[in-house]
Design a protein around this ligand. Structure first.
Ligand code: G6Q
Length: 545
């Protein structure tokens, strides 16, 4: 789309928005204790179970009316139409003139999704089949390094969307991964990242996957060149590159320039955003770790959630409900952040992954129509796996001055049954959400015989909202469902806020300036920045000697 989009009714003018504003005032003084006391069946009412995910959202500051108004807001925001437009392959990423079709990456062979009149599903499966064939060869030892040894170490070089998904998925699916192989990830242009990833490896058993949609990203290209040098130092033969480097990119010309044969390149498309690409060829490291079969199970999980999002009525639609609840706190209760708290060690990188997904997508202050918003958009997402967080930042969630809605994630079964560890872990999930919601009154504290002066310190106000997601077990399918759930939460939020969740112009300026300053650091330069930046550059030059 080269012209501006048709104007939409501004969010502030939607009747549901204004009704919610008023309704929030009615609810502001209400405590979750009262809401539970007035409805004994609340816990059975505000819950949804779909596709193997149980969502309890009863511990939110909501009533039937809240949900009705939020669902009305979704309708007035055109959420249904926008979901359909995405799945139809329309170019809803208007500022980059691109379709948004990560959902096509996990569509079954029988599906048909068209971009500019062309069905993209067959191409998706061609790449998946090539990845699978490569993974089988590598994992079986048939693919040999330059000196004839099988590959034992795989290093993904990529950053942002070409790193966070692969790292998170590798950690999440470690249980299913090849334990006799090493998988490492180099993203930072800080040389320490590369040095630490390679210090104990030998090049003749190592494969580098250079993952970059554009194949021009400074960090990735710098690390890839360093990897090339590192490999050649011991392999001493240019022809070795073909056995030790593969590329994942949309840019065949740059891949060839780097010296990687396009036969060893796995492609994807401009309709896959970086932060939505872990299930494209960017997931090659994941597939090498867990095998093609498990990778397809992961995709099947994504697809199940896609279909749920596309077809389930909004009142039973997990991403819609969770997306709307986050809008509720973000816009009507001044909540600045959302904590995601997985009680599953394997999901330790899930919050970090979600930071990019959510904040790069909805960290925008201009609507699709180019207007500056008059309301809050994307909250800060953060978190740590439980129970570790309980012994660090939960204090602030329980007794601080900020409202922090929490998403708890737990599983019925652990992949590592050890004594009663899992019951203890899950006891903490339930205890935390209960404590956050109901707190502890001054009377209760006093009844424990606490001295009067100490009572206020020991009171828990409560009324802190949370969602709890329960799944049976962390399988590849479950992981796919969870990721797609959050992708579609982001979509729901972005639709309500009328922002483009699929561009990221905000990362551009820093990149351009860094390039300029890199030139100034490489050679004597007449510094023309502000006085602070000039002084910092000069001081750095002194420090480095
Ligand atoms: C994600 C962003 C960004 C991107 C990285 C890496 O949505 O676009 O995080 O993934 O900048 O880009 P390349 O894959 O092109 O190297």
């Amino acid at each position: 789309m080269s012209t501006a989009p048709a104007p939409k009714t501004p969010l502030g003018k939607l009747s549901a928005w204004n009704d919610l504003k008023q309704h929030a005032e009615e609810l502001r003084g209400k405590h979750l204790r009262e809401l539970f006391a007035s409805d004994a069946a609340r816990g059975e009412k505000f819950r949804v179970e779909a596709e193997g995910i149980y969502l309890d959202y009863a511990k939110n500051r909501i009533t039937d009316k809240t949900m009705q108004l939020l669902l009305e807001l979704a309708a007035q925001s055109g959420l249904r139409e926008r979901i359909d437009a995405m799945f139809r392959g329309e170019k809803i990423n208007i500022t980059e003139d691109r379709a948004v079709l990560h959902v096509a990456l996990r569509a079954p062979k029988s599906a048909s999704i068209k971009v500019d009149g062309e069905d993209v599903v067959p191409e998706v499966h061609t790449v998946l089949d090539r990845m699978s064939a490569f993974a089988d060869r590598l994992r079986s030892g048939e693919w040999k390094g330059h000196t004839g040894k099988p590959i034992k170490n795989v290093i993904n070089i990529g950053i942002g969307g070409s790193d966070l998904g692969p790292v998170m998925a590798y950690e999440a699916l470690r249980h299913y991964s090849r334990r006799d192989m090493n998988f490492r990830f180099v993203s930072n242009v800080d040389g320490t990242d590369f040095a630490e990833a390679t210090h104990d490896l030998s090049a003749d058993e190592t494969l580098f996957i250079v993952s970059s949609k554009t194949f021009t990203t400074l960090e990735t290209m710098t690390n890839a060149q360093t990897a090339r040098k590192w490999a050649l130092e011991s392999l001493k033969d240019e022809s070795a590159i073909a056995r030790h480097f593969v590329a994942v990119s949309t840019n065949a010309a740059e891949v060839t320039k780097f010296g990687i044969d396009t036969a060893n390149m796995f492609g994807f498309w401009d309709w896959v955003g970086g932060r939505y690409s872990m299930d494209s060829a960017i997931g090659l490291s994941t597939m090498l770790a867990v095998g093609p079969e498990n990778f397809r199970r992961l995709l099947a999980g994504f697809h199940t959630m896609d279909e749920h999002f596309r077809t389930a009525p909004f009142e039973q639609n997990l991403p819609v409900i969770m997306g709307l609840l986050s809008v509720w706190y973000n816009d009507f209760f001044d909540a600045q952040t959302v904590a995601v708290l997985p009680y599953e060690q394997y999901l330790k990188r899930f919050p970090a992954y979600l930071q990019q997904l959510t904040m790069e997508s909805n960290g925008k202050h201009v609507t699709l129509g180019g207007e500056t918003v008059s309301y809050q958009t994307g909250p800060v997402y953060w978190g740590e796996p439980g129970t570790n967080g309980q012994h660090s930042f939960y204090q602030l969630i329980h007794q601080g001055t900020k409202l922090i809605p929490c998403d708890f994630i737990g599983f019925g079964k652990t992949l590592n049954p050890l004594g009663n560890h899992h019951d203890l872990l899950m006891a903490n999930v339930f205890a935390q959400s209960e404590a956050l919601a109901f707190g502890k009154t001054a009377e209760e504290v006093k009844a424990e015989g606490v001295a009067d002066w100490l009572v206020p310190h020991k009171v828990f106000e409560g009324n802190r909202p949370s969602n709890t997601l329960l799944l049976k077990e962390l399988t590849p399918e479950a992981l796919g469902k969870l990721i797609a759930l959050y992708e579609h939460i982001v979509f729901t939020q972005g639709t309500v806020w009328q922002v483009n969740s699929f561009d990221q112009w905000g990362v551009e300026l820093g990149k351009v300036l860094a390039k300029k300053i890199a030139g100034e650091l490489a050679a004597p330069a007449d510094l023309q920045h502000d006085s602070s930046t000039n002084t910092l550059i000069t001081r750095y030059k002194q420090l480095r000697g």
